[in-house]
Ligand binder design. Structure first.
Ligand SMILES: [Zn+2]
Length: 101
């Protein structure tokens, strides 16, 4: 067993688990029920963790996770009018309303 990654929400971890399972990589989720004791532990340690069952899958799993990390809605973009950074999912600048091209 090797710890692959942790993420702030179980949604992300479950997403990764589905992705890896589609590639035949077995994983286990830990910490998924620790949400209730947030505040009593360092926050980072309460995050859900994804563990690789078979260490031999670790490198491949890392690659798959990294390629999955690409924003599904597009990369962050910089407004051409005001120069504000915008999240990829926004089609228009949150600051001045200019549309992404
Ligand atoms: Zn703008």
């Amino acid at each position: 067993m090797k710890k692959l990654t942790s993420a702030e929400t179980i949604v992300t971890i479950t997403h990764y688990q589905n992705l890896l399972s589609a590639e035949g990589i077995r994983t286990e989720i830990r910490n998924q029920h620790l949400g209730g004791i947030m505040g009593e532990m360092p926050v980072f340690e309460t995050w859900p963790q994804l563990w690789i069952v078979n260490d031999l899958d670790f490198d491949r799993a890392t690659q798959l996770i990294e390629s999955a990390d690409v924003e599904p809605h597009g990369a962050p973009w910089t407004c051409s009018k005001c120069g504000e950074e915008n999240e990829g999912q926004y089609a228009a600048c949150w600051n001045c309303g200019v549309s992404a091209d």
